[in-house]
Design a protein around this ligand. Structure first.
Ligand SMILES: *[C@@H]1O[C@H](CO)[C@@H](O)[C@H](O)[C@H]1NC(C)=O
Ligand SMILES: *[C@@H]1O[C@H](CO)[C@@H](O)[C@H](O)[C@H]1NC(C)=O
Ligand SMILES: *[C@@H]1O[C@H](CO)[C@@H](O)[C@H](O)[C@H]1NC(C)=O
Ligand SMILES: *[C@@H]1O[C@H](CO)[C@@H](O)[C@H](O)[C@H]1NC(C)=O
Ligand SMILES: *[C@@H]1O[C@H](CO)[C@@H](O)[C@H](O)[C@H]1NC(C)=O
Ligand SMILES: *[C@@H]1O[C@H](CO)[C@@H](O)[C@H](O)[C@H]1NC(C)=O
Length: 397
């Protein structure tokens, strides 16, 4: 008897639930008199029409996004595109000076020269290579140390070779060091050092140089050319460190860290001194000043350009995606933009000290033992710290 009552209760409950669902569905479905379903057609457009950004970089990025969107471009002829997207200068030779920016950026004439130089060549990403090391990675290294340097910095490069950038086998892993140079041009009143550079390159075979003006705002050009170079010359490198020539890198500690990685942690590695919730500086006196006519919005998380570490796999992905990201005058922010487009964010690691360490620890060898990078250090300091770390009897608790 009890069993029957329970069964009845179950049947009633199920029926009630079904009824409830039926009511819900019939309320929300839109049937006409004959019981046929009428599709709900929105009477107005339900997507926002893209409006051009007021800032030049953002506008260039909108154009790139549309050009690279296969759904939008598959069946759209140029004539169907809104006028502001049909920029004939985009189809011309991208390395010709683009004089249209002089009218397209509203305060162009009042901007400092470095912005004018940047904007006019913003679309150019290919510059001739003047010195290459095609054989450098014949045997793919475990770690490639890539150092952004400037032609006159002979002493910094030599100190790096004699210390943390000592190529060869360290802690049983192969390490290769390469210096990335542009052209220190007469335009910036640099003396002609090309003969000395040629000697240095012959002697050490570790210099890659491209023919573009080596300026702060052209560091992004250096970045994209380096990403291309990795794919052409060193795609077998397992990990890559990229940094400045005024940092100390604890190569021992980095190798130790990398040896402990495997799987997705190794494949998707991108670590450094990560800056989050930053945006463009609007104060004209700051080195990193960016005017509103150039960029609006905040910055994605990015690793400070003093130095960061990533996998060879990420390098390949960065190279691909960088073709779809408009050049930005600050190279580390640009790399952050590329990572964001890949759906990735850099990881912060306490070992990257791009803002130095407390003064009272700077001459203590043990302070460097667990660090990966410290900025800034002079050539003499690099050699001193490396000597400390290389002592077999260095003991720290
Ligand atoms: C483009 O549109 C035409 C005609 O509407 C259609 O036949 C064609 O398949 C479309 N192509 C693509 C790539 O969508
Ligand atoms: C750009 O617009 C012009 C008309 O103003 C049109 O003739 C041309 O085909 C368009 N070109 C592209 C590449 O969209
Ligand atoms: C050095 O590396 C090789 C090859 O990766 C390995 O076979 C060897 O055991 C390693 N030696 C030490 C001391 O870790
Ligand atoms: C690059 O440097 C070389 C040698 O100093 C010089 O001849 C050449 O004109 C420079 N290129 C540019 C674009 O300034
Ligand atoms: C970048 O390099 C190119 C080629 O040398 C030069 O024309 C341009 O002015 C440079 N840009 C900046 C911002 O220095
Ligand atoms: C990069 O793009 C090329 C060509 O589209 C593709 O073959 C390759 O798989 C891509 N590599 C990565 C790592 O996404």
């Amino acid at each position: 008897m009890a069993l029957l009552r329970r069964k009845l209760k179950l049947v009633v409950t199920v029926t009630m639930v079904n009824l409830f669902i039926f009511i819900l569905i019939s309320r929300s479905s839109n049937q006409d008199k004959n019981g046929r379903h009428k599709p709900l057609v929105p009477s107005k457009r339900f997507w926002a029409k893209m409006v051009p950004s007021s800032a030049y970089w953002n506008r260039q990025q909108q154009v790139l996004d549309i050009q690279n969107n296969l759904i939008l471009t598959a069946n759209t002829s140029g004539a169907d595109m809104p006028n502001w997207l049909n920029d004939s200068s985009l189809t011309s030779d991208l390395c010709q000076p683009n004089l249209r920016v002089t009218t397209q950026v509203k305060d162009y004439n009042s901007l400092p020269d470095r912005f004018k130089d940047f904007l006019i060549y913003m679309r150019c990403r290919s510059y001739p290579i003047m010195m290459d090391q095609p054989e450098m990675c014949k045997k793919p290294p475990f770690l490639l140390l890539a150092v952004k340097s400037l032609a006159p910095h002979f002493d910094r490069r030599q100190a790096i070779r004699q210390s943390w950038g000592r190529a060869g086998v360290i802690a049983n892993k192969t390490v290769i060091t390469v210096f990335l140079l542009g052209n220190a041009t007469a335009k910036d009143h640099h003396p002609d050092l090309s003969e000395m550079l040629r000697y240095e390159s012959m002697r050490h075979k570790d210099i890659v140089q491209w023919d573009f003006r080596d300026s702060f705002f052209n560091l992004t050009v250096k970045e994209v050319l380096f990403l291309e170079w990795i794919q052409a010359r060193c795609s077998g490198a397992r990990f890559i460190f990229k940094g400045d020539d005024d940092v100390f890198v604890n190569t021992y500690r980095i190798l130790d860290f990398l040896k402990g990685l495997s799987g997705p942690k190794a494949r998707d590695l991108f670590v450094g001194d990560v800056i989050t919730n930053a945006g463009p500086h609007r104060d004209k006196r700051v080195k990193y000043f960016i005017p509103e006519s150039m960029y609006v919005g905040s910055y994605p998380p990015y690793a400070g350009g003093g130095g960061y570490l990533y996998s060879g796999d990420i390098a390949a992905r960065l190279y691909n995606v960088s073709q779809h990201v408009a050049l930005y005058p600050i190279d580390d922010v640009y790399t952050g933009m590329c990572l964001r487009k890949l759906g990735l964010a850099p990881d912060k690691h306490k070992g990257f000290r791009t803002f130095n360490i407390d003064e009272k620890y700077r001459s203590n060898p043990c302070a460097y033992k667990s660090l990966m990078l410290v900025h800034p250090r002079t050539p003499q300091e690099m050699i001193q710290i490396w000597a400390w770390l290389s002592r077999p009897d260095l003991t720290c608790q």
